[in-house]
Write a protein that binds this ligand. Structure first.
Ligand code: NAD
Ligand code: WQD
Length: 332
């Protein structure tokens, strides 16, 4: 059975392709390589010893997407393709709205035309804005603080409207918390070209001395040690949840949202100390001002995903820190 994975050479997409192939699915990738490299396709093949069909191009390109569906009998789609840098989205909102929303509209139009009405969408914990209490459940109020987050919220709404208009659709909205880690092989992982925005890629570059020092954005939050608390989840656990979501949408119609996290909150200082201990490296840091738009703490109640998808995260924080560093050591 063929699954189309948009954004399949990206960080989460590549790990998901591996899990899909390991579970007997065939994989077709469409990616414009705006934030990933072609060699990832070979690495997915190397890990799984299976073939993958790769189309380099834009999901906003309807001619290309029609060709992909004409040439492949696609059973379901996982839609990762999107731009994801929060800060950039504030500076270039139109780019984010155009890319993230247009790609989804084009994809869904072509899916409709080909009678393929099963989609898993990469949403984000960012749709909860600043949560009133913790842990976060799926029925909490939704809001966003930046254009990137708004694209996720709008797309969730678009997909819900699509289901309302046509009950043959099966749609899973997966709200990821903070993915880190990498595949054990060290062949795929996250390695941003620019100065990283996210904590773990930044720590890794400080540990390898590519960057001098980690700026910790505030130690006066109302948290265990004053630094921000997040629900870090191993990317392989996240990838496995997509296989479960595919099984679910192949089985049942409807539209539903699922939190994908571990349920544990770790502070920035805890992550830094764990990373140092597990990898035996130094990570110099200094405390600086809070980052605008940051919230104090965020972690998931993922019991709904357990109940409906039969999925729970299994990997612990030590393994996440070790795998993140292992990938970068092999890909410096
Ligand atoms: P990523 O940038 O590594 O992967 C996204 C991929 O999509 C890239 O390979 C990029 O080249 C491709 N792409 C972007 N726009 C495209 C387009 N118009 N057509 C074709 N390809 C396009 O990001 P990721 O971390 O793997 O994230 C995957 C998805 O999950 C994104 O939608 C992101 O918003 C969402 N998400 C990520 C996180 C996170 O912290 N990494 C958290 C929550 C949600
Ligand atoms: C984690 C913690 C920072 C960098 C973002 C997006 C969210 C989602 C995941 C896609 C916070 C602190 C960070 C640094 C630091 N992406 N930090 N120094 O902010 O939870 O979420 O990525 O959907 O939408 O907003 O993740 O990794 O940036 O930050 O002190 O150099 O680390 O303040 O407490 P965040 P993050």
């Amino acid at each position: 059975m063929k699954i189309l994975v948009t954004g399949g050479t990206g960080y989460i997409g590549s790990h998901t392709c591996v899990e899909l192939l390991d579970n007997g699915y065939e994989v077709v990738i469409v990616d414009n390589l705006s934030n990933s490299k072609r060699e990832v396709v070979d690495h997915i093949k190397e890990i799984t010893k299976k073939d993958v069909r790769f189309y380099e191009g834009d999901v906003c390109d309807k001619t290309l997407m029609t060709k992909v569906f004409t040439e492949n009998d696609i059973a379901a789609v996982i839609h990762f393709a999107g731009l994801k840098a929060v800060g950039e989205s504030v500076k270039k909102p139109l780019l984010y709205y155009r890319n993230n929303i247009d790609s989804t509209l084009t994809l869904c139009e072509v899916m409709s035309e080909f009678g393929c009405k099963k989609i898993v969408f990469s949403s984000s914990a960012t749709v909860y804005g600043s949560p009133k209490s913790l842990p976060i459940k799926e029925d909490f109020p939704l809001s966003t603080t930046n254009p990137y987050g708004s694209t996720k919220l709008y797309i969730e709404g678009i997909l819900r409207d699509l289901y309302t208009s046509d009950n043959e659709w099966s749609i899973a909205l997966l709200r990821y918390f903070n993915p880190i880690g990498a595949h054990k092989s060290g062949l795929i992982g996250e390695n941003p070209n620019d100065v990283p925005n996210n904590l773990m890629p930044y720590i890794v570059k400080v540990a390898t001395k590519e960057l001098e020092i980690l700026n910790i954005y505030g130690n006066d939050y109302d948290t265990k040690d004053g630094t921000g608390v997040r629900d870090y989840i191993h990317v392989v656990d996240l990838a496995k949840a997509h296989v479960k979501a595919i099984e679910k949408i192949l089985r049942d119609r409807g539209v539903d949202a699922y939190n994908l996290g571990t349920g544990h909150g770790y502070s920035v200082l805890e992550i830094v100390e764990t990373f140092k201990r597990v990898n035996g490296v130094d990570v110099p840091y200094r405390i600086v001002d809070r980052r605008p738009g940051d919230i104090a703490a965020c972690y998931a109640d993922s019991s709904y995903a357990k109940e409906k998808l039969g999925w729970t995260a299994e990997k612990e924080i030590d393994e996440m820190c070790a795998d993140s560093f292992n990938f970068i050591k092999k890909n410096r």
